[in-house]
Design a protein around this ligand. Structure first.
Ligand code: BT5
Length: 260
């Protein structure tokens, strides 16, 4: 594993631009930074649609609900893309699900590995977290809303470099894709799923429900107000909420307790 990690080289602007253009089309603008605190923060400061901000090393990565995302230098893909989805307001809550599906598609297309989806948008391999996603809705330059989609993927970390228990990386799972090619595949696949959502939510919801390994399991949900809910995850409703023993949950941290 450490051999795979040692072979990692810095991202190069021309390679990254070419990989994104080849996979996702020529209309994307790529901003490659050697280091950044949080790519979501950089992207949100000037959120121009169809821009992707990628940091070779992210030093203060953000998770959901004020948590953090940490990755050793050179071992991860950490980036944010800005989109202005053509969606009615009521469908914006489905964007995290569309992005999770897209990220899983992108990883599968390049590596052959097929990550599972944990509600709302964690990507797991063998029950371990490979990738995390953070969406933020912010005003664009013209004041109309855009979404900043932050994605972190553990790519080249050896087992000893994994930042938290319960994490995994592509290298640990035995594959070592080129980070620039993986970035291109992810941007393209996320774009496709967001477009699919814009045509109507039914297909996207069906695809998500069939891939979401949270469904049917006993879960414990830590709700934002410090409350907790335990029960069976029965469904993902048409607003993208997880239904636990009849209670729809819009935001919270889910722990898979055990299989049903
Ligand atoms: C997430 O939050 O999983 C969203 C992570 C989004 C990161 C991307 S990187 C590019 C962009 N710029 C940013 O600043 N952020 C985005 P959440 O579901 O809250 O999970 C956070 C939890 O995951 C932490 O509390 C840790 O337990 C765990 N964690 C942290 N780093 C990890 C890693 N590299 N791999 C797996 N788990 C990790």
């Amino acid at each position: 594993m450490s051999d795979i990690a040692a072979s990692w080289s810095p991202l190069e602007p021309s390679t990254v631009e070419a990989a994104v253009a080849a996979a996702a089309g020529p209309d994307w603008t790529v901003r490659l930074l050697a280091a950044a605190g949080s790519t979501n923060e950089v992207a949100a400061a000037d959120p121009v649609p169809r821009t992707v901000v990628v940091a070779d090393h992210q030093t203060a990565g953000r998770g959901r609900l004020d948590r953090s995302w940490s990755t050793p230098p050179g071992t991860a893909l950490t980036f944010s893309l800005v989109l202005r989805p053509a969606l009615p307001d009521r469908h914006w809550s489905l964007l995290p699900l569309a992005v999770a599906l897209g990220a899983a598609d992108g990883i599968a297309s390049l590596t052959g590995l097929r990550p599972d989806l944990k509600w709302p948008n964690d990507l797991l391999l063998g029950g371990r977290k490979l990738s995390g996603i953070l969406l933020e809705r912010v005003p664009g330059r013209d004041g109309r809303p855009v979404v900043v989609i932050g994605i972190g993927v553990n790519v080249g970390m050896g087992a000893e470099q994994l930042p938290v228990e319960g994490a995994t990386s592509l290298a640990v799972e035995g594959v070592a894709p080129d980070r620039a090619a993986l970035l291109g595949a992810l941007v393209a696949a996320v774009d496709v799923r967001v477009d699919e959502l814009a045509t109507g939510p039914d297909r996207l919801l069906a695809a998500y429900r069939s891939r979401c390994v949270t469904l049917g399991r006993q879960v414990r949900v830590h709700l934002p107000a410090g409350r907790e809910l335990t029960g069976i995850a029965q469904d993902v409703d048409d607003d993208g909420r997880l239904v636990v023993d009849g209670v729809p949950v819009g935001a919270g941290d889910v722990v898979h307790v055990r299989a049903r």
